[in-house]
Design a protein around this ligand. Sequence first.
Ligand SMILES: C[S@@+](CC[C@H](N)C(=O)[O-])C[C@H]1O[C@@H](n2cnc3c(N)ncnc32)[C@H](O)[C@@H]1O
Length: 516
Amino acid sequence: MRRSSPHPDISSSRERLPIPYCPDKEETCPSAKEAVEKCLLGSLQSYIPESIVHETWRKEALAHLLDGDRGAALARTGSSQASEIEERLPEDDGHVSDPYEGSGCSCIAKPGGSCCTADTDCECVESFGNFYSAANDQLNGLARIVHLDALPARHALRECTPLCACQQASPSIRSKCISTQDAASTEDEAISSRRPEAVDRAKRRKLKSLEVGRESKSYEDARQSKRASMQCANRVVGFGLARRLYIRSTAPRLGISPHRCSKSEGDAAISADLNSACRGLGLFTHDFIPRGAFVIEYAGEVISTQEARKRWVKYQKPSMYSSEKGSDPASSIAISQSDTGPRPSVSNEGSNYILVLQEWMNAGTHTGHTGFPSTPDPLSGTQATSALAPKAYRTNIDPTISGNAGRFANHSCEPNLIMIPVRCDEPIKLYDDTSASSTCETYAAAAAPRAALFAARDIQPDDELTFDYSGGELARLDGSQRHGEGLKRNVGRSGATPCLCGAPSCRGWMYFDPAL
Ligand SMILES: C[S@@+](CC[C@H](N)C(=O)[O-])C[C@H]1O[C@@H](n2cnc3c(N)ncnc32)[C@H](O)[C@@H]1O
């Protein structure tokens, strides 16, 4: 039974649309305005943002998606009508089909890392790191759950990987996956050439034809492709938000006016409750969410490191982006496997939403999937130095200009969410390339993961949704203590930002990696 709430449910505005995907070259996205014009028309990374801040993008995206005159006409009709029609795309008769219907794969995650039962259709699900199992309880119906205990250390998840279900599975499953022809030729081209530009070009073409349908011959092709993609046996994150979430200030519940949250109050002199209420806006859930369920993506523009650094400086100017709390020091979010020291002094008043997702991959030793090495220690650096050294694949996600409600998830030292990189619709072998480290970023850009947030434990209605900005949950899954130790080094440093999460085991300070 769903309860009424004074807070609007943001998931009602769910829609699928592309977010600009800004490649590595700075000139491709020189400004936010041009990003709209250039990036949107360039390569596209398809996300499912639930609360779009940029209306123009949404209309343009729908026009692309629906191809031709019909799409343009729909886009002009306005947001609610257009999104209603877009939701119906999978079935032209207006029936919105169940995306899990007949997906064919009944993988049961088992402790210890084994995913599938004897069902050969699912073998590749295991080898590509997918650990979804069906939740059978009434409340969650067909929702799929990530088996967190079975998830190998720091293992990225894959969804609807063309090489997996689509090429190795039985015809019944293949027919439900994305176009195998397009995926195979993209992959062949990328691997045979071994050149990042070719990978990039191939990737763009694939994204355009598979996700957006812009290069498809007809509207019917685009519709078919979308329908098949959405029915893929391995898709969970790709379906987007499935829980009813809402956003509200962290202060009012306690009757605390946000203007009381000043820097001087953000210390031990005030109560833990007041501290905890001074974190600006937060993301909350209307619904119960079981452990392992996908909750929301931290979606935004995928930008180059150079662009991220520029924006970070820009966002630090109070006049540009001031937060509603108006007093909390800015802090960049770093979801990182490294822990390289203290947070620098930041004296501005704005919020910074840029998320840096770093994945450590051991070049040369992985043949089938992405993995994270235990040696050499990621603390020692961020660049690959030898064939066996880890490569740091970095993805910068900025939801400031365009993104979703994931941006309102605050940090907690005892979070109820865990961030796991998930790659959807990717030709997987791209990541195993062992070419020079200078291409790392290009590869990361060509294969940017989605920063997916899953429930780290059962979450009750009206709980605030938080994750560990330091990536500590990932580290915990790996059995690593590095993060905890590294964070302690922040304590007492001049300018370090106090953490106001209020958790009993609060580390006291927000995470920041100056190397980012
Ligand atoms: C991704 S935003 C989260 C949403 C933000 N509260 C808002 O109102 O827009 C990150 C910012 O929230 C604030 N924040 C998040 N968690 C916090 C915490 N545990 N303690 C203090 N500030 C926090 C910091 O200012 C940080 O820069």
